[in-house]
Design a protein around this ligand. Structure first.
Ligand code: HEM
Length: 182
């Protein structure tokens, strides 16, 4: 994945637990690079190794580490580095989610050959939104949970995730989420 993702994970560990903790995470992960160039693509294994090492070092389950990373990605990386793009993508949560594929498409001229996920939205009624997440990768559903809850906070729309339903697919991962607007 692009370095911007690994860089954000590193920032999360340093901000919340300090530099020494990051150094332990890095050495556990076996990833040789300590600095990540945002615009360089790294092997996916690098990101997975860092996430696993983070969970091991902090003695938390991997899904919890991925949820925390989802929140950090929205609250820090998106709000600081991409706030103009985020604001232009939607003025409320559902509109933003509906435009998320367009957002990922728009930046494909910056992130060449990247493999973003897709999000298909169906609003079942005014209080419930269904979101089909489709990825070429596996294991990132908890990351999406963290992203969705943090996006709710970003748009001042309190939400709860009512259900997380894994779909049967032959490659990658597909998950159907139902969000309830509170
Ligand atoms: C301006 C905002 C955003 C930028 C610049 C951005 C950029 C990226 C980049 C570079 C990747 C790595 C893909 C690769 O290297 O192949 C990625 C992956 C991903 N993005 Fe975005 N993204 C943005 C917003 C969002 C938002 C708001 C969500 C919320 C749901 C999201 C969900 C994901 C997920 C889940 C992945 C992991 C890859 C996968 O599931 O296969 N992104 N994004």
């Amino acid at each position: 994945m692009y370095g911007v993702i690994n860089k954000s994970l590193k920032e999360m560990v340093i901000e919340q637990f300090g530099m020494e903790r990051w150094e332990s995470v890095l050495s556990r992960s076996g990833v040789p690079a300590d600095s990540f160039l945002s615009m360089r693509s790294y092997d996916d294994e690098c990101t997975y190794a860092l996430a696993h090492a983070c969970a091991d070092e902090l003695q938390i389950p991997l899904p919890d580490a991925l949820r925390a990373f989802g929140a950090h990605w929205v609250e820090h990386t998106l709000n600081n580095e991409y706030s103009t793009l985020v604001t232009a993508t939607g003025s409320h949560l559902v509109e933003f989610l509906e435009n998320l594929n367009t957002l990922h498409d728009k930046i494909s001229s910056t992130f060449l050959d990247y493999r973003p996920p897709s999000f298909d939205i169906d609003q079942t009624n005014e209080n419930h939104v269904g979101i089909m997440y489709t990825s070429q990768r596996q294991g990132l559903t908890p990351f999406v949970e963290g992203l969705l809850l943090a996006l709710g906070r970003r748009f001042q729309q309190e939400v709860e995730i009512l259900s997380v339903e894994p779909q049967a697919v032959t490659a990658g991962e597909q998950t159907y989420f139902v969000l309830r607007m509170l």
